[in-house]
Write a protein that binds this ligand. Structure first.
Ligand code: ES4
Ligand code: ZN
Length: 324
């Protein structure tokens, strides 16, 4: 691509808003909310961003988000993401948030939703980005807590576009969440789930067959199962792949060894996303650039990946009118 062409227009479909919390905002929120942090300064916090696996990342992720207390904190968080996303060519974002991670430490759901919406409701006018919210259940807190979380979310269903499933994967298979996903589907919401990030291909089968998800988040371990690849290709079930995340969490040994080309060769609808960009060394276009540099992907493939992001999105008539 010509250097002056700017980033490819794209949709971001796998982005945890809490994972966009940069160290500078951690300290700003901590100061104004009187929260003590076990880090002396921004530099020391940033140096802690070295992870062995998903759990070691989640430990820091849940610790840092403890500074988010007020609606203003969530508004500032989303505004900061939108400013970065615009620079990265993002035109539409379907944004995850983790209700339980806030409610469980005493921040009411309404504070989270009101704060995020104060930013996101005007994202198109201010940043040229249409936005939607997807509420994720924390799978390591179990199916019962997911259901009580859903009961709290249900009155706000119109403010949501979908539900998802995230947090520590291994030992927490999708099938346990069949009932709560059924309830969300009955409320008219889209369904997605993290599966096949650290967990086995069987978790991806459960996500599509038991939960009925319309997209699989990560899904990279599908490469280990030929029948699963064929199924995902046949149904055009999108995968939201997050290359820099996969390397930082040691799900793949290096970007140069990422098996994304095999997913594409198998005919899957693959998209590229940033996951938790404040923690993983880059926002979404940084992921595209890294794939060019370290995996040798050419302009034609990168363009196709960007186009896939719109095909895989849940854009509705309102979004379409602005985007297409
Ligand atoms: C996550 Cl990378 C990842 N995997 C699972 N759950 C998550 N929550 C935030 N980032
Ligand atoms: Zn994720």
């Amino acid at each position: 691509m010509r250097p002056d062409a700017g980033p490819l227009p794209k949709a971001e479909l796998h982005l945890h808003i809490e994972g966009t919390l940069e160290p500078e905002l951690v300290f700003a929120c901590a100061r104004r909310n009187g929260v003590e942090l076990p880090f002396a300064d921004v530099e020391q916090l940033r140096r802690a961003y070295v992870f062995d696996d998903l759990q070691s990342f989640l430990d820091l992720y849940y610790l840092a988000m403890n500074v988010l207390r007020t609606a203003q904190d969530f508004t500032d968080l989303a505004d900061a993401y939108l400013a970065r996303a615009r620079e990265q060519g993002v035109r539409h974002a379907e944004i995850f948030f983790d209700p339980q991670a806030h409610v469980s430490r005493g921040v009411p759901l309404e504070v989270v939703l009101d704060g995020l919406e104060a930013s996101l409701s005007t994202s198109a006018e201010r940043f040229g980005i249409s936005t939607r919210l997807i509420a994720c259940f924390l799978r390591d807190r179990g199916a019962r807590e997911a259901m009580t979380t859903w009961e709290a979310l249900a009155p706000h269903a119109a403010r949501l576009h979908g539900v998802g499933l995230d947090s520590a994967e291994v030992g927490h298979p999708p099938e346990a969440f069949a009932e709560v996903f059924g309830a969300a589907r009955d409320a008219g919401l889209h369904l997605v789930a993290h599966a096949g990030e650290e967990g086995p291909p069987d978790y991806v089968w459960q996500a599509i067959d038991v939960l009925g998800v319309e997209r699989v988040d990560h899904g990279i371990r599908a490469v280990e199962d030929r029948a699963l690849l064929d199924r995902l290709a046949r149904d055009r079930t999108p995968l939201t792949v997050c290359p820099l995340s996969n390397v930082r969490l040691r799900c793949v040994p290096a970007l140069s060894e990422h098996r994304l080309p095999e997913l594409l060769d198998a005919g899957l609808l693959v998209t590229i996303n940033s996951d938790d960009p404040a923690y993983f060394g880059g926002y979404v276009d940084d992921n595209f650039q890294a794939l060019r540099r370290e995996l040798g992907l050419g302009d034609d493939v990168l363009r196709e990946l960007a186009a896939n992001s719109f095909r895989a999105s849940f854009i509705d008539e309102d979004d379409r009118a602005r985007l297409l």
